[in-house]
Structure formats: structure tokens, C-alpha cells
Design a protein around this ligand. Structure first.
Ligand code: DQA
Length: 143
């Protein structure tokens, strides 16, 4: 099983960025820890991070045929990108939305996710663990 893990704007700044919200671990740490978890489960991960909406869409369009599922943390694009939403909606793969923080308990603008109803599951507020739970979601699906 191969899963694409897409991270949007500013997630490359993990560790530096608002550590009280996102913690002190880096994006590199996220990749290492999540890959180690996936390896134990026999799952292959392809990570991609971009600060640009169009790059994320190009990547998803290009790589969809190589994957069995998509895990996406679109960062702030979560709250307003109908282009990311339409792209996810167009791709016939199972999808899980992940947020490190709990977007329901922060500023009002973060409560809205425009992608929530085009994904199979949303996981939030669990830090890096949320990505591992998303991997488990795919493993648990009947084939
Ligand atoms: C985030 C939450 C978003 O509101 C924010 O813009 C991010 C990260 C999270 O992982 O908690 O960039 O998606």
C-alpha cells in the first residue's frame, strides 16, 4: 500500500513555528517518525510539502495513479481553498484530513474546513500521532 502525505503552507516550519501550538519537532522529524511507523505496518509513504496551492494540485493530479490513499494537512488552505477541495473531490481515492492542532478550539476562522466533506475522515489535535492514526485508517479498510 502506498499513501501520499501532503502538507501545505508553513508546515515546513514545524519546530520554529508557534511551538506552543505545533510543538518543537521539525518537519523532518515528522517525516522520520511517520515513515518509521508506516514501515512497521508495511505501508509506503510519499511525502510532499509546498507553500503553493497550485503545486499541491499538480502533485495530487500527477501522483494519484501511484497511490492507494491520500493524507492531507492543507495548513491554512483548509479554510478557504475550493481549488484543493475540487482537486480532492476529483480524485477517486480514500482521503484523510489531518491537523496537528484542534482547529475547532482556536480562532473562529479555523473552525471552517472547506475540504471536510470531500474526505473520508478528519483527525485533529493529536500532533504527529494524527498522521499515524490516518495510516491506521487505510490499513483498517476492507480491501
Ligand atoms: C493546521 C491548522 C491550520 O489552521 C493552520 O493554518 C496550519 C496548520 C494544523 O495542522 O493544525 O497551517 O492545519
Amino acid at each position: 500500500m502506498t499513501i501520499l502525505i501532503i502538507n501545505g503552507p508553513n508546515l515546513n516550519l514545524l519546530g520554529q513555528r508557534e511551538p506552543s501550538v505545533y510543538g518543537y519537532k521539525s518537519y523532518r522529524n515528522l517525516i522520520q517518525e511517520t515513515k518509521a511507523y508506516a514501515k512497521k505496518k508495511g505501508v509506503k509513504l510519499k511525502f510532499y510539502q509546498s507553500n503553493h496551492e497550485g503545486n499541491i494540485i499538480d502533485y495530487l493530479q500527477k501522483k494519484q495513479a501511484t497511490a492507494n490513499g491520500i493524507i492531507i494537512n492543507p495548513g491554512a488552505l483548509t479554510h478557504y481553498s475550493y481549488a484543493i477541495r475540487d482537486c480532492l473531490s476529483a480524485i477517486d481515492l480514500p482521503k484523510v484530513e489531518v491537523h496537528l492542532s484542534n482547529i475547532n478550539t482556536r480562532e473562529a476562522f479555523r473552525k471552517k474546513s472547506v475540504i471536510r466533506d470531500v474526505v473520508n475522515k478528519t483527525i485533529m489535535g493529536k500532533g504527529f500521532q494524527g498522521y499515524c492514526e490516518a495510516i491506521d485508517y487505510f490499513i483498517e479498510q476492507p480491501s
